[in-house]
Design a binder for this molecule. Structure first.
Ligand code: E4P
Length: 241
């Protein structure tokens, strides 16, 4: 029995590498996929729609979050409608605001009332979640992505923030709270504890799932062995008396 068996949270893989996505789809721990324009740029994607359609076709049985990238609310709505039409497994990612800092409430209200499954993204405050809850169709399935890792990067403990975000979504039983941008494997357990339904995990963190339940004495010894091997293979020496 592993501690992983007790987890209720769903793990979504975050990335923009099609080969990796195909492999990850065979991992029983992975229940969905998310990406964003920055990850796509890093992976050399040049044609957004072609790439997006390829992911949707590669993993038709998994939810796939694809983000609108316009800055004007009407254009965001138009992009959201187009993205939603690409497949029944699509979640339309909508940034919580535009680059002017204006709340994307209109986009969230219109698209969720039309039946699109939204993934509202780049959220970092409870106040933002409260504003989303006020405009989101209460009968719509949706994902609310709070960037807990980025919150932690500022020196703020995200656990309390996530608990408050969870409470702010009370009137939206079909809205799932997503712990985005985890920084360490332990965050999977944090997110589960708080009651987040989903966590996005990059390939690097996913590999660390294999360390859950590892014996720490053994891990300590392996670490010492690593130092020893690396010193030996580098032919390090110290002049001793
Ligand atoms: C989630 O949907 C985001 O793509 C992701 O978690 C962002 O992570 P970052 O803060 O490491 O960029």
């Amino acid at each position: 029995m592993s501690r992983l068996d007790d987890l209720k949270i769903k793990i979504f893989a975050d990335g923009a590498n099609l080969d990796k996505i195909r492999v990850l789809a065979k991992n029983p721990m992975v229940k969905g996929f998310t990406t964003n324009p920055t990850l796509m740029k890093k992976d050399g994607v040049t044609d957004y729609e072609d790439f997006a359609r390829e992911i949707i076709a590669a993993v038709p049985d998994f939810p796939v979050s694809l983000e609108v990238f316009a800055d004007d609310f009407d254009e965001m709505i138009a992009q959201g409608r187009a993205i939603a039409s690409w497949g029944s497994n699509v979640n339309v990612k909508v940034p919580v605001m535009n680059t002017k800092g204006e709340f994307a409430g209109k986009v969230i209200e219109v698209l969720s009332s039309e039946g699109a499954v939204l993934n509202v993204t780049a959220i970092m405050t409870v106040e933002q979640v409260e504003k989303i809850a006020a405009v989101l169709n209460p009968n719509a399935s949706a994902i609310i992505s709070v960037f807990a890792g980025r919150i932690a990067d500022t020196g703020v403990d995200p656990l309390q923030v996530m608990e408050d975000c969870k409470a702010a979504l009370k009137g939206h039983p079909k809205a799932e709270l997503l712990w985005a941008s985890p920084r360490e494997l332990l965050n999977v357990f944090h997110a589960d504890q708080v009651g987040c339904q989903i966590i996005t995990v990059t390939d690097d963190l996913l590999k660390k799932l294999a360390l859950v339940d590892k014996d720490l004495d053994l891990y300590s010894r392996e670490t010492v062995q690593m130092f020893y091997n690396d010193a030996a293979s580098s032919s390090f020496s110290i002049q001793t008396a």
